[in-house]
Design a binder for this molecule. Structure first.
Ligand SMILES: Nc1ncnc2c1ncn2[C@@H]1O[C@H](COP(=O)(O)OP(=O)(O)O)[C@@H](O)[C@H]1O
Ligand SMILES: [Mg+2]
Length: 242
């Protein structure tokens, strides 16, 4: 119970449909990076949505910093410090970079703190500082991606959950994105990463978590998963063919 995040026997699904996440348990400590891999439809996105409070669990409990969050609303969970970047990570394309950063920092009551956070985010992603007045949608894909992470950083979350960060990105941006994730983690934020590019995801993470049919198959240090030939063949097969 001492972990930052404790997921205990979580079961979740949609409407009257079947259970998608089934009896799933996981912990996450401060500064830890865990990468969840598994086939399409395994329930990875559903798991993240349940943690974020977008989907209410059917059973099981989730604790954050010792506080039960599995019955809280999504906005409350975000305020507590869990930031969810869904697959469709939108920025406001018609607003300037500065406005995008401010929109996010608005959730912080103290204006001075909000300004300081924006400043810090810009220090982390200096390109944005040179483009504060630019309309965000007119920046390059890589710059927009940096804005996504900078926005998340302004809320100073304790946990960031990122669903498929490399999906749909040009190959040149994939590497940059994983570097940003490493950068975020080294600032003390714990990360749950869901990633199709299993090898790159595991290289970024401390632990690899394999999920299939809504269940936890195993969790191991990411290095072990990468080095174990039979595990590689079983779970990273697709990634290896590339
Ligand atoms: N909004 C939804 N309503 C109903 N079923 C859904 C919804 N989103 C996902 N599902 C179903 O949940 C299952 C797991 O989906 P998902 O969590 O997105 O898997 P993954 O992210 O591992 O690919 C799939 O069978 C999918 O059809
Ligand atoms: Mg998904």
């Amino acid at each position: 119970m001492n972990s930052l995040l404790n997921i205990n026997n979580l079961t979740a699904g949609y409407g009257y449909g079947p259970d998608i996440v089934r009896d799933f348990s996981l912990t996450l400590n401060k500064s830890e990076v865990k990468c969840i891999i598994g086939p399409n439809g395994a329930g990875k996105s559903t798991l993240l949505k349940s943690i974020a409070g977008i989907l209410k669990p059917r059973s099981g409990e989730i604790f954050f910093d010792g506080e039960k969050i599995s019955e809280k609303e999504a906005y409350q969970i975000m305020r507590l410090g869990i930031c969810f970047l869904p697959q469709e990570r939108a920025i406001f394309p018609n607003l300037t970079v500065a406005e995008n950063l401010r929109m996010c920092a608005y959730s912080i009551k103290d204006k001075k703190v909000a300004e300081a956070r924006i400043k810090e985010a810009i220090e982390m992603f200096p390109v944005l500082g040179q483009r504060l007045k630019q309309i965000a949608g007119t920046m390059s894909g890589g710059q927009q991606q940096q804005l996504v992470y900078a926005r998340a950083f302004t809320i100073k979350p304790k946990i960031i959950m990122i669903d498929e960060p490399s999906l749909g990105l040009a190959p040149s941006l994939v590497e940059q994105t994983f570097n940003h994730i490493t950068q975020i983690a080294s600032s003390g934020i714990a990360v749950i990463l869901v990633e199709q590019n299993a090898i790159r995801g595991l290289e970024t993470a401390g632990y690899g978590v394999v999920m299939d049919l809504g269940k936890l198959v195993f969790e191991k240090p990411a290095k072990e998963v990468l080095q174990d030939q039979s595990l590689r063949e079983l779970y990273l097969g697709k990634a290896l063919e590339k």
